[in-house]
Design a protein around this ligand. Structure first.
Ligand code: NDP
Ligand code: MG
Length: 381
């Protein structure tokens, strides 16, 4: 179990739940980091007494320095601040709960110091999964998934050798627009898209769940975490969100992890692993759950998932470009600059128009990420 952590994205949905878990478990929070939510950061800092608070936004950093002047907490601002929080000496784990590929460099910095990564920030693995996993092996840094499906797969694989895994069964609730056609969802509003039936999450991942891009990102995340090609990952629509995901072993046995939809448990397990401790999670009552259903995804109504599956097969810089373009498109959608249906159109157009490369370096991936964002902004921003 870990003793001292940095939380990147401490003001977000996962970050706030991580703070709760750390307080409950008696884990020291040595660093907090976010973009600009100064009020919440100040409140968190006053309660947790971290050594460092890092904020990307310079104006927010100046405000926070004044607000925390009477404390022992150091405040850092700017683009490199997140990386400083990730690399902080004396911590043994970094919870990556920022949203988007901004998490990539800090994650690598923590890996290079051999720290455990409790990984919520899936965009990092989608953007540069091969590089991240290779570095983690080189520096013997553990990557423990926080994403509920990947935590379920990780738990289901516990004690199994890699050669014993046949297939991953990746479940998806189907999001708020499950069962609707592309035409029926094309003009859905941001308020409708973020209203997820089973999970309460940040805006970006909520929209990704509505487009089903989230499941595409998760498929790529699973490929990297578990070393499995895309054709051995099956996506299943499971509206009840009780089976968080499963693995099929070579002898045909299927092992799953079940529970109520609550991120508290995967967050806690990433901190206590390999131990298990009592948690605050509500208990699963299978009598109340009722029937558990599983359906094949209707890809014709889920173009973002189909696109992600295609990028997973293409590899190279395609997943990075897709994820970056999608991030930009979702931001435009949330600002009501584009329609829901255009999220897919922007992302697909970026993939067709920017240069993609096989076997990219980290620098080439960062360039590709920037080019994809630029393309979307220039045409739709
Ligand atoms: P939120 O939008 O709720 O929070 C995002 C956090 O990241 C905030 O603390 C925000 O700071 C911070 N942040 C964003 N941009 C920057 C930046 N440029 N520099 C520093 N900090 C930044 O997101 P979620 O908690 O929902 O999701 C976080 C990650 O976890 C995502 O990758 C998501 O896919 C993944 N995830 C989330 C799940 C969930 O249940 N929410 C489930 C599984 C995975 P600020 O408040 O200052 O803007
Ligand atoms: Mg998930």
């Amino acid at each position: 179990m870990v003793h001292s952590i940095s939380i990147l994205g401490s003001t977000g949905s996962i970050g706030r739940q991580t703070v709760e878990a750390a307080e409950r478990l008696g884990v020291r929070v040595a660093a907090l980091a976010a973009n600009r939510s100064t009020e919440l950061l100040e409140a968190q800092a006053r309660r947790l007494h971290p050594e460092l608070v890092a904020v990307t936004d310079e104006t927010a950093a100046r405000q926070l320095k004044i607000a925390l002047a009477d404390t022992q907490t150091r405040v850092l601002g700017g683009a490199e601040a997140l990386t400083e929080a990730a690399a902080l000496e004396g911590t043994d784990c970094v919870v990556t709960a920022v949203s988007g590929s901004v998490g990539l460099r800090p994650t690598l910095a923590a890996i290079e110091r051999g720290k455990r990564i409790a990984l919520a920030n899936k965009e990092t693995l989608v953007c540069a999964g091969e590089i991240v996993m290779r570095r983690a092996r080189e520096y013997s840094a553990e990557i423990i998934p926080v994403d509920s499906e990947h935590s379920a797969i990780f738990q289901s694989l516990s004690g199994r050798g890699k050669g014993e895994l046949e297939r991953i069964l990746l479940t998806a609730s189907g999001g708020p627009f499950r069962g609707l056609t592309r035409e029926q969802t094309y003009h859905k509003t941001p308020a409708e898209a973020v209203a997820h039936p089973n999970w309460s999450m940040g805006a970006k991942i909520s929209v990704d769940s509505a487009t089903m891009m989230n499941k595409g990102l998760e498929l790529i995340e699973a490929m990297h975490l578990f070393g499995v090609p895309p054709e051995r990952i099956q996506v299943l629509i499971h509206p009840q969100s009780v089976v968080h995901s499963a693995v099929e072993l070579i002898d045909g046995a299927v092992i799953a992890q079940l529970g109520v939809p609550d991120m508290g448990l995967p967050i806690q397990y990433a901190l206590t692993y390999p131990e298990r401790l009592p948690s605050a999670a509500a208990r699963l009552d299978l009598f109340k759950t009722g029937a558990l259903e599983f359906f094949e995804p209707a890809l014709e109504n889920m173009p973002c998932l189909a696109l992600a599956m295609d990028c997973a097969r293409r590899g190279g810089s395609a997943p990075c470009a897709m994820s970056a373009a999608n991030e930009q498109a979702v931001a435009l959608f949330l600002r009501e600059k584009i329609s829901f249906g255009q999220i897919y159109e922007c992302t697909a157009a970026a993939l067709e128009n920017i240069e993609l490369i096989a076997g990219p370096t980290l620098e080439q991936l960062l360039d590709c990420d920037a080019a994809a964002r630029r393309f979307v902004t220039e045409h739709w921003g």
